[in-house]
Structures are given as structure tokens and as C-alpha cells.
Design a protein around this ligand. Structure first.
Ligand SMILES: *[C@@H]1O[C@H](CO)[C@@H](O)[C@H](O)[C@H]1NC(C)=O
Ligand SMILES: *[C@@H]1O[C@H](CO)[C@@H](O)[C@H](O)[C@H]1NC(C)=O
Ligand SMILES: *[C@@H]1O[C@H](CO)[C@@H](O)[C@H](O)[C@H]1NC(C)=O
Ligand SMILES: *[C@@H]1O[C@H](CO)[C@@H](O)[C@H](O)[C@H]1NC(C)=O
Ligand SMILES: *[C@@H]1O[C@H](CO)[C@@H](O)[C@H](O)[C@H]1NC(C)=O
Ligand SMILES: *[C@@H]1O[C@H](CO)[C@@H](O)[C@H](O)[C@H]1NC(C)=O
Ligand SMILES: *[C@@H]1O[C@H](CO)[C@@H](O)[C@H](O)[C@H]1NC(C)=O
Ligand SMILES: *[C@@H]1O[C@H](CO)[C@@H](O)[C@H](O)[C@H]1NC(C)=O
Ligand SMILES: *[C@@H]1O[C@H](CO)[C@@H](O)[C@H](O)[C@H]1NC(C)=O
Ligand SMILES: *[C@@H]1O[C@H](CO)[C@@H](O)[C@H](O)[C@H]1NC(C)=O
Ligand SMILES: *[C@@H]1O[C@H](CO)[C@@H](O)[C@H](O)[C@H]1NC(C)=O
Length: 336
């Protein structure tokens, strides 16, 4: 591994660790938050080659992204561009497969992030400077303490070819699956006996940003492999498709206490049709699905996309750039 330690030091100095908190508008571990809108069906697919309607279920959090014959076109033409889409729903354990061709250039980050309101996070990140590498990472409850969570995987010509980058997320483990092959696994126990294990409802955010922007901290620029020269652009990521399975489909998810433990999440108005299928793959204990059946009408699902509103709120200045930068910086921080 490269000497990331210096970068980590630089990053630690440059990046207030509370940056992680810039991308949730309400942390349920700290305060009472509205429920998360759930994906109330087993599966959801978007094929972004098929026109504008393919963005149903997604919000644009920073700039417009268009459907093209190669898929959704995420383009950086100038400083500050960081087009991002975000699912309009949350899933509670599941499978997320993203098929994209990463952007080229220097310092451009093509990323797929799963994020919860209490800052549980699961990432794929491709740094354009290294065409044949892709990084994985995860965080529990926004804990950014270095701990060897991230990994760098080999991938062939990620900026010329489409690859599928998938995450299978259950109560027992997280698997990162590249082109159908499991490349990295983290179990619940390995993640500090679950303390650092992502286990709260997540939405999905996909986009690109310039880690090599000259205005970024030196640590970030080094992590991104150098300064981005916008005159070499535009830098384009094409997102062909996204396939999502929600292992616990429901109208909404509510934190019933401040533990952030998956057994504390109440799923309301669950779709039970596939709960048996689910269990074979995901549920270790049945507590989450059990608690779900007690749907009190207490929580309206009007709160869809809480996290997006965090990003939207920041849009005035940086928008989701800040949101995604958080993830990227943290990755750099953890490359020890
Ligand atoms: C809880 O809220 C306080 C005050 O807003 C903040 O300082 C603290 O960082 C928050 N903690 C978490 C875990 O979000
Ligand atoms: C249930 O899951 C299977 C895959 O295991 C899927 O083919 C089927 O469409 C699902 N049914 C519903 C109602 O979601
Ligand atoms: C998306 O749609 C196009 C055109 O119909 C098709 O060729 C392609 O295989 C689809 N991609 C996926 C991942 O299903
Ligand atoms: C998206 O398409 C519209 C027209 O359909 C165009 O005006 C706009 O510039 C395009 N945006 C991007 C980022 O390509
Ligand atoms: C980036 O990819 C585009 C095609 O999308 C190509 O025209 C351009 O030459 C590439 N730039 C670099 C620096 O590789
Ligand atoms: C944060 O993660 C580190 C390992 O990366 C772990 O040692 C520490 O206990 C965690 N802190 C909390 C508060 O969970
Ligand atoms: C990745 O590629 C490098 C150089 O080609 C090689 O040394 C390394 O063993 C590969 N890693 C894996 C996990 O295959
Ligand atoms: C899964 O079940 C095993 C055996 O019952 C148990 O030891 C383990 O702690 C469970 N893991 C979780 C995440 O509940
Ligand atoms: C559950 O479904 C009922 C009937 O469809 C509806 O009135 C209620 O608002 C739903 N509750 C939630 C939390 O979505
Ligand atoms: C879950 O529900 C089943 C059947 O309804 C019950 O037997 C089991 O004890 C419940 N488990 C928990 C943890 O509540
Ligand atoms: C996302 O888009 C939907 C419509 O597609 C809208 O109802 C919702 O308010 C949007 N969410 C945010 C956070 O902008």
C-alpha cells in the first residue's frame, strides 16, 4: 500500500470530522426524526438508457442528469459540478447493483453510496486517476476512526468499460460483488462486534465529484491522485442501470430508540409476500420483520428523502458535493 498515513494526517487536520454530519438533516440517535419512506416492494430497477421516465424514483440533488443511449450521463465540465442522483426511498437490508462506466481524467470520483440517517454507510468509489482500481468502504454511525475498513480492488479498464458494482447487505454481512464475483466481505462480528456494522435504513446516492479540485485540501487532492485539470474535460460517468432488492419492503421505517440497532427499527405496512425468500438470504434474527407487523399509524411517511433535504439545504453552497465529499474524504482517511 502507498503511504496513506501522511494523507490521513493531512486529512484529519483539514477535514473536521463533523463533515460526516453534513449529510443527514436529522440524526435519529440524537433527536426525534420523521420516519423514512421505504421502498414498499421487493425489487426496483432503473435502466437509464430508456429516457426521462427512467429517473422515476430518483431525485437530482445537484444539477441535471440526462438519459442517453449509454445511460445516465453525469458530467463535470467546470469547477463545482457534482451531478448526483438519490433514491427517493430507503431500503432495510438488501442488494444494490450499479452498472457504470467511470469518468476519466485526474481526480474525478465516480461513486455509489448507501447512506442512513444516522450515518451508516456503504461505498463503492472509483478514482479516475487509477483506471484499474476501485475502492470499497463502510462506516457505522459516522465513526471515522481509522480501522482498515476500506479495500482497493482490481478492475479492468473501469473508465472504458461498464462493470457491475454490487453490495449485498444483510444482518450477518456485507459483500462487495464486482461483475458477479464477491471480492470483499465484512461480517457483523468483524465490524467491532456490530458497533461499526451498517444496519439502519439506507438510501442510494450515485454521482461524480472532483476530488482533485484545486480548492480541495492537499490531502484530498493526493487521495484523488492529483489536481483535476478541467480543460481536459468534460469528465463523464455513464450509469447504465441500477437494480435494487429490499429485503424488508415497507411503507416506512422508524427508529424506536437511540441505539441505531437494526432490531430497534420498526417497519410499517410491510409487504410480506417475499419475507420467506428474504430470510434465506438476509435475516439472521427475525426481530426486524417481527417488529414490523405492529404498524401503528404514528409515523407518516411524508418524510421521504430526509437526507436529500440535507443535501438540498446545502445546495446553496456546495450541494451534494459536500455530501459526497464526506464519503470520499473518509475513504481517504481510512486508507491505512
Ligand atoms: C448530537 O447533537 C449535538 C448538538 O446538536 C451535536 O453536537 C452532536 O454531535 C450530535 N451527535 C450526533 C451523534 O449526531
Ligand atoms: C419475490 O422474490 C422473487 C425472487 O426471489 C422475485 O422473483 C419475485 O418477483 C418477488 N415477488 C414479489 C411479489 O416481490
Ligand atoms: C438497458 O436497456 C437497454 C436497451 O433496452 C439494453 O440493451 C440493456 O441491456 C439494458 N441494461 C440492463 C442492465 O438491463
Ligand atoms: C439535458 O438535456 C437538456 C435538453 O433535453 C439540455 O438542455 C441539458 O443541457 C442537458 N443536460 C446535460 C447535463 O447534458
Ligand atoms: C476520456 O474519455 C473520452 C471519451 O468519453 C475521450 O474522448 C477522452 O480522450 C478521454 N480523456 C482522457 C484524458 O483519457
Ligand atoms: C470506532 O471504530 C473503531 C475502529 O475503527 C473502534 O475501535 C471504536 O470502538 C469505534 N468507536 C465507537 C464509538 O464505536
Ligand atoms: C491487483 O493487481 C496488482 C497488480 O496487477 C497485483 O499485484 C495484485 O495482486 C492484484 N490484487 C488482487 C486482489 O488480485
Ligand atoms: C446471527 O445468529 C448467530 C447464531 O444464532 C448469532 O451468533 C449472531 O450473533 C447473529 N448475528 C446477528 C447479526 O444477529
Ligand atoms: C399503512 O396503510 C394504511 C392503509 O393503507 C394507511 O392508512 C397508513 O397511513 C399506512 N401507514 C404508514 C405508516 O404508511
Ligand atoms: C417473531 O414472530 C414469530 C412468529 O410470529 C415468533 O414465533 C417469534 O418469537 C418472534 N420473534 C421475535 C424476536 O419476536
Ligand atoms: C424527490 O422527488 C419526489 C418526486 O419524484 C418528491 O415527491 C420528493 O419530495 C423529492 N424529495 C426531495 C428530498 O427532494
Amino acid at each position: 500500500m502507498k503511504s496513506y498515513m501522511q494523507w490521513a494526517v493531512a486529512l484529519a487536520a483539514a477535514l473536521p470530522l463533523c463533515a460526516a454530519q453534513t449529510y443527514t438533516s436529522c440524526n435519529p440517535l440524537n433527536e426525534t426524526c420523521p420516519a423514512d419512506k421505504g421502498l414498499n416492494q421487493w425489487s426496483f430497477e432503473s435502466n437509464f438508457t430508456t429516457g426521462a421516465s427512467s429517473f422515476d424514483g430518483w431525485n437530482f440533488t445537484d444539477g441535471k442528469v440526462n438519459s442517453t443511449s449509454l445511460g445516465a450521463k453525469f458530467e463535470i465540465k467546470a469547477e463545482g459540478d457534482a451531478p448526483t442522483i438519490e433514491s427517493d426511498f430507503y431500503i432495510f437490508f438488501g442488494y444494490v447493483e450499479v452498472k457504470f462506466r467511470a469518468a476519466n481524467g485526474t481526480g474525478i470520483i465516480s461513486t455509489s453510496v448507501m447512506e442512513s440517517d444516522c450515518l451508516d454507510e456503504i461505498d463503492w468509489e472509483q478514482v479516475s486517476t487509477w483506471d484499474n482500481e476501485v475502492q470499497t468502504d463502510y462506516f457505522g454511525k459516522g465513526n471515522t476512526t481509522a480501522g482498515g475498513r476500506s479495500a482497493t480492488l482490481n478492475v479492468t479498464d473501469s473508465e472504458e468499460e461498464f462493470h457491475t458494482y454490487a453490495v449485498d447487505w444483510t444482518t450477518e454481512k456485507i459483500e462487495w460483488i464486482l461483475d458477479g464475483v464477491v471480492q470483499k466481505t465484512v461480517t457483523y462480528e468483524e465490524a467491532v462486534d456490530g458497533t461499526n456494522f451498517p444496519q439502519t435504513p439506507m438510501n442510494i446516492r450515485i454521482g461524480i465529484w472532483a476530488g482533485g479540485d484545486p480548492d480541495n485540501s492537499i490531502g484530498t487532492i493526493e487521495w484523488a491522485g492529483g489536481e483535476t485539470d478541467y480543460s481536459e474535460g468534460p469528465f463523464i460517468m455513464y450509469l447504465e442501470s441500477v437494480k435494487i432488492i429490499n429485503y424488508n419492503p415497507a411503507e416506512s421505517y422508524t427508529y424506536t430508540d437511540k441505539t441505531g440497532d437494526y432490531t430497534s427499527i420498526k417497519a410499517a405496512n410491510t409487504t410480506s409476500s417475499n419475507s420467506t425468500t428474504t430470510s434465506s438470504k438476509s435475516t439472521n434474527s427475525s426481530s426486524s420483520s417481527n417488529s414490523s407487523s405492529s404498524s401503528s399509524g404514528s409515523s407518516a411517511s411524508s418524510s421521504s428523502g430526509l437526507s436529500s433535504s440535507a443535501a438540498t439545504g446545502l445546495s446553496a453552497s456546495f450541494g451534494s458535493l459536500v455530501a459526497i465529499v464526506g464519503a470520499g474524504l473518509l475513504t481517504g482517511l481510512l486508507q491505512l
